[in-house]
Design a protein around this ligand. Structure first.
Ligand code: ZN
Length: 398
């Protein structure tokens, strides 16, 4: 079943030239993936609902009486992303339910699979859009007004996809159905390679954020404008990139300018505006904040915060319980190791909103993620399903 599901979505949104995935939220690939999710749920007799914010929920049992045990992840990707980030959690969720159903397991409480909308924020710049709107940490007016690279607002994009942007926002009823949330995810690093374990659990998510730096200058002719007469915004931008690296090294955090827009974008023109997006993260919240403050002052750019997520420490009791159950299910000599992660996840947003949440990581041999090289061995994916099934079974008993 795992292979069959994996095969069915493998081609959706894949760039034939690079092998990378283009699964922006609400793109045709995303809509096809959502349809695939509905079909997988339907053929297992699960009840599928889409909430006000576009998140999909497939339920075994009715969660309106008693909050359920929920697993899942997301199906969208970064641009030119890998196959595993997100979909591994969804495919493993369905596969884990199959394992339980084949054992004749009857869940003692509702069991659900969630597919969160726009986790990567590739299109509108804000990651974990679906879970942020659901939990109310993102203002729906701000969300509706965000624009993509084509200049289309999220409200327009949702309308075109047949959704009503007016209903976006905090949804306590849907959130109230989630008693506990477990997200399985490909590891985005090599910690499990070092420990020699196929599966681990998350201890914490580093504080992280995105900032937009606008460097203003004067657009002019690249041939006729003397160097002395130029107001070229690429110069302060370049100095800022180098300084970000120095500051990050000094502070022991990471800082990345991974997205850049140069206007007007002509090869024969001095640019008038450079917009650059800084992503900064680290184990120490104060150090990340200090880096951004120092870089803002240094850059001379107009800086706006696009998102900020404080540190998330996952519930230690739940984490240890998961680690023990996963270790035992895989017949390992010890509990699965707990590791911190530099990547944001919907599980982190839910945890911050007070929903007991946890994460299961599956080993990634190269550690590479957000790239077509992202990988997990099939044997490790199967062990991930075994561990997840055991965890869900255990949680359904309480
Ligand atoms: Zn992900």
């Amino acid at each position: 079943m795992f292979d069959e599901m994996w095969g069915a979505i493998e081609r959706l949104g894949r760039d034939g030239r690079t092998g990378g995935y283009l699964r922006d939220a609400w793109s045709s690939a995303d809509l096809e993936l959502r349809e695939w999710f509905r079909q997988e749920a339907a053929r297992r007799g699960l009840d599928v609902r889409e909430d006000r914010n576009g998140n999909l929920w497939a339920w075994w049992g009715d969660p309106s009486g008693r909050p359920g045990v929920v697993t899942g992840s997301h199906l969208d990707s970064v641009r030119q992303g890998g196959a595993f980030d997100g979909p591994l959690g969804i495919v493993s969720a369905f596969a884990a339910l199959d394992v339980l159903a084949a054992r004749g397991f009857e869940p003692g409480r509702p069991l659900g699979i969630a597919c969160f909308t726009d986790e990567e924020g590739a299109r509108f710049g804000v990651p974990c859009m679906g879970s942020r709107l659901l939990t109310g940490v993102l203002d729906p007016d701000r969300a509706r007004g965000l624009t993509d690279d084509e200049g289309d607002s999220m409200a327009e994009v949702l309308r075109r996809a047949g959704r009503d942007p007016a209903v976006l926002g905090r949804d306590p009823e849907t959130l109230g159905h989630v008693g506990v949330f477990v997200e399985l995810h490909v590891e985005q690093g090599r910690e499990l390679v070092h420990t020699g374990d196929p599966v681990g659990v998350a201890s914490a998510i580093w504080p992280h954020g995105r900032w937009r730096f606008d460097f203003h200058g004067q657009a002019n002719h690249a041939g006729t404008t003397r160097l002395a007469d130029r107001d070229d915004p690429t110069l302060p931008f370049a100095r800022t990139v180098l300084h970000a690296r120095e500051l990050a090294e000094r502070a022991g955090v990471v800082a990345t300018f991974g997205k850049l827009r140069v206007s007007p974008g002509n090869a024969n023109a001095v640019p008038g505006l450079v917009s650059a997006w800084l992503d900064a993260r680290g184990g120490d919240e104060g150090a990340v904040r200090a880096l951004v403050a120092e870089l803002t002052a240094f850059s001379g750019a107009e800086v706006s915060t696009e998102s900020w997520t404080p540190v998330v420490d996952f519930d230690a009791v739940l984490r240890d319980r998961l680690a023990a159950v996963a270790g035992a299910a895989l017949a390992r000599p010890a509990a699965a190791p707990a590791l911190p992660t530099g990547a944001g996840h919907d599980a982190g947003i839910l945890a911050a909103a007070g929903v007991p949440s946890a994460m299961v990581f599956v080993r990634n041999p190269t550690g590479i993620s957000h790239s077509p090289e992202e990988h997990a061995e099939e044997s490790d994916c199967r062990l991930g399903v075994t561990a997840l099934a055991a965890v869900l079974e255990d949680l359904c008993r309480s």
